[in-house]
Design a binder for this molecule. Sequence first.
Ligand code: TXA
Ligand code: MG
Length: 369
Amino acid sequence: MKTEVIIIDPNNIENEKDKLSYAAAIIKNGGLVAFPTETVYGLGANAMDREAVKNIFKAKGRPSDNPLIVHISSKYSIDNLVTGVPSWAQKLVDNFWPGPLTLIFKKTPSVPDEITAGLETLAIRMPAHPVALSLIDESGLPIVAPSANKSGKPSPTTAAHVFEDLAGKIDLIIDGGPTRVGIESTVLDITSYPPVVLRPGGITLEQLRDVLGEVRQYIEDYAEDGKNPGYAKGKDKNNCAGNCGEIPRSPGLKYKHYSPAAKIITVEGELEKVINKINELVVRYEEKQVRVGVLATNQTKDLYKASTVISMGDRNHPDTIASNLFNCFREFDNFNMQVVLAESIDKTGIGLAVMNRLIKASGYNIIRV
Ligand code: TXA
Ligand code: MG
């Protein structure tokens, strides 16, 4: 299959109607279209077309027990898909949609099992991106869309990333420029109260608590007191994000998301100690002729002795780090690095989601100083 790429300018969406109806026609005919959202690029298909949904799993090489998120626009009612919206949860919809918040509802029987991997629940979000919203409107359908990467690679934040992973496997890529947030949406289970964050993401825990009061976190790796890290020694490091042996609340949590060619080691602690530790390790690895790189920040990048140092962004503006992180992972893969030593950042605000992705990429390889 030849994968076509078209450019749609998100700032000039009124004049892009022809291209949008072209893309929507592919979706309506059961094809696969990658498109930008505010978080990462998604790989879209008609949610109501079972064959198209199955083809998404095939194109990505995604395990079939990992369910998909349905993307809607304000023109599409979810009444047909879910049994209802709890009254307290309506506040979340009002405050954060469109935006990087995925809500887990109880589903109705009309939702194809292929989407939910047999679960009784359904994930839905309304993306805050003009191209995504117009594509949904134009097709008049709910669109399922996982991140448009090959399974096991970082989520794509540019059309070039999508092309790298999926060229030849999907019909169309809409290039709408780099995505703004850079990491995926927050997944929040609202099927019981208080709601539980299953995946930290673009909407922060603080933002959710401002609106709702009580919100729990499922991932014990990030216990707020820092005393109960799920990545403590003895856990299965390969394929499990804490809670090993239990049935995972969100199937995606049990998969190691991104396995870089290089071994990533995250160093956590007071910044000065982190820098010293990383420099000490750089020397040690280089003595052993190991190709070692450092994942740093704007504030620290000049303080390292390694020959390859990549900055994730500005520590004082962790949103810049979120938007660069996945691109940095891909860059290190291109450099053929053997070991990458990564700084950690504060797990507040969007920093919580950044550290979640970084620690997953490290395969729970963490040094505390
Ligand atoms: O920002 C995003 O959410 C992006 C863009 C494209 O919208 N999408 C995305 O989709 O990250 P994906 O498929 O890569 O991740 C969806 C996550 C997985 O961890 C999956 O297990 C979880 O959502 N999920 C989906 N349906 C679920 C359900 N019914 N219950 C619990 N978790 C669910
Ligand atoms: Mg994904």
